[in-house]
Design a protein around this ligand. Sequence first.
Ligand SMILES: [Zn+2]
Length: 590
Amino acid sequence: MIAKWRCLPFLLAFLVILSCVKSGLGATDIWVSHIAFQDGWKTGLSLYYSGPETSASFNLTRFDDSGNPLEAPAMLDAANNTWTELPDSSLAYNGSARIQSEHSLLVKVSYRYEGSRSLCEFYLTAETRQEWILPNTVLPWLDWTGIALVNPHDVPATLIFEAWKHGVKAAVQSTILEGGSRYVNMSEAIWSSLAYRDFDTAIIRASVPIPAPICITGDYLQERHVFFTAQPKPQNDRALCLINGTLIDGTGREPVSDSVVVISEGKILASGRRGDVAIPEQSEILDVKGGTILPGFVNVHVHNAFKESSLRAWAQQGVTTVRDVGAAEPPSSAFAFRDSVRSNPFCARLVAAGPLVTVPGGYPIVPNNFPALAVTSPEDAGRKTQDLIGQGADLIKISLEAGLGLPTLTRQEVQSIVEAAHGRRVPVAAHATTSGFFRLALEAGVDDAAHSAVDYLPDEVIERMVQAGMYLIPTLTAQRKAGETLRNLRRFVSAGGKVALGNDGGYLAGLEVGMPIAEIEAMQEAGMSPMQIIVAATRNAAEVCRLDGELGTIEFGKRADILVVTGNPLENPRALLDISSVIHGGVVIR
Ligand SMILES: [Zn+2]
């Protein structure tokens, strides 16, 4: 965690310093200053007006790095309710811009990294508030998080930071921000005492109104950075409200009957019992007529997911995220495909390992004739792991299989892979089907077991898996409930082990590409309650994907990935097949 902080103050100074000053009622005077770019980054400045006029005029002045105007101030127009890109704003330059208007405007600064990942934009506003709420403060694949604030007043401001996780306050800290200061990184004051996965929402309260905080998160090893603020996007759409349903929010909490779920801009704005949740005026109402509202399901063990038809099939059945743990495709095309479908709500979101990592002649290359990445030594394993992550792997999947006399990864090779992956905050999943390899995976620090052991899993291994928080993904149907698989699952759950849903769909014939109901019924047969299975398919599966800051539960700030069924899956899981609606990223896709 130490390295997490080292570069943040530097990065802040290097990349962007902003100031926003409100210069009069309804008027805007926004400075975007000291924009500096790393190689490979491009930027754009766009402006948004929403108000009573058909358009708003604004005055744009750009300055060079030394503060000299690049040209005479230009009067320009922005159409109402439309993003207007500022001229030449795609130009990467080191300089500033000043935007003045009689109207209240919102300015979007977007960065684009010319790599496989590109997501980074933030919003500037002249608005000041005493309270800012920053949902999704942490993105799962990122390394650190920082929050920058400015106090435009002459007097010092007292600030209170709250860190929240799953709707529970995890930490509180107060600090003083001197007056007249530029944006400074305020985050270490609180975040340094917390692991980066210990919170998902930040609330900042100030003694005086302050401009929107800027969150900066990134992975400095991979030079990926994301900036965003608490300022919501302009409300182009009406809120969507689900009413008249029983809410099972994915956390394992008791169901809430007669619930309301409010969705706005693709995210959960509020959820709870009717009467406790305000329904925004002019909302679109979706009456679920006594059905059950659940988070979109996440299947963390699938294959052959690099096909739009499969991703559509999953999404239509309410499985809005899938994790592919072994691709036959070359990693570059697999990851490019993953990124290309990210914005299509009709496709399940794809989390991808790329190829399985094994040894020459090992599983699954030899018995299954399935392409995989072969490593020949611990050094080679570490290097190839780094390379795979550099290409965009969300996780590393290793093969531990010695049946049929196959060669497999050595303990040193597994350790080298885990070390390399964890150094980049990327999890490792292991194919293992016998207790000996469960033990090896556990001792090497593997994050999840992608199958069940068919032989008796010793109590001591179960206990250590529980202590380590190592996930079990049973794939009971793929293993035909063989040997001890059902009993091992029952014992693992009674010991307090964490289970996530995965069925190996897309690989063996007969395993559903859609709602994996056979797997769900097998989990029930092993003794899991319907509520435990739902949590395994939502919150736990999101955690396995490192997406729990973003999805997996129906809570404030999470992505609106929602499955609505007509019956009650707590009475009978087969109710999960009677789907009345699917919402993905706030878009009703069924
Ligand atoms: Zn598999």
